[in-house]
Design a protein. Sequence first.
Length: 258
Amino acid sequence: MDYMEFASFYDALTRNVEYEKRADRICCLIRQYLQTETDGTLLTDLACGSGSLSEALARRGFDVIGVDNSPAMLQKAMEKKFESGLPIQYLCQDMRELDMFGTIDVTTCMLDSLDHLPDLEAVEQVFRRVSLFAQPGGLFLFDMNTLYKHRIVLADKVFLYDTDEVFCAWENHLLEDNATVEMQLTFFSPDENGWQRSEETITERAYPEADIRAALIRAGLEPLAVFDADKDLDTPDSLSPVTETTERMLFVARKPLA
């Protein structure tokens, strides 16, 4: 999916994401779990979108390769790169067909990007590609929505967002599988003629934690821990367990040393 319309407004609609705090948390997890024999600085940011997290990680000293399947999102990321001057490399690839130049110390995939894939088989396909290019002892850090979030928080609800750049009506529909949410986004942005309307449809699917753990193992990765991805971001080294009301799970997995 190219997210042509969504890319234009993505940054305006995600200003509350707190990328800097999430990057700090990633750093804490890397210090705790990384076991590679290299210096641990080569990091691939899958589904990097407009590059906000990639930029934050590059500022923390990582050699970052951002990967995304949307040329429109990558164009936004390149604009940030030109402004910041950070040496980030961006690749336009489907993460299910990830193809790197060598092994990677750390791979990240954040902000429920894996939930955009059509099914668990596609998610596992990404896991296998990550495992293929991971340095032995290397980490895979990713988050995914919970079933609670899809069934209770998103469900059949409408959310309205009003920024200086865009007004967005976000209408959700929970499908019959009780795990997939279809999101209809309608954007209204000002132009010289008044207002321009555009639309984007996004589908996200959630899975039980046990299914994700099993898929990691089948792909050759060792699931190490899972935390609440959104809790206590002000203290990045304080990692809270998943509860019944957790909305996003943060997984830590590692490629075995042998």
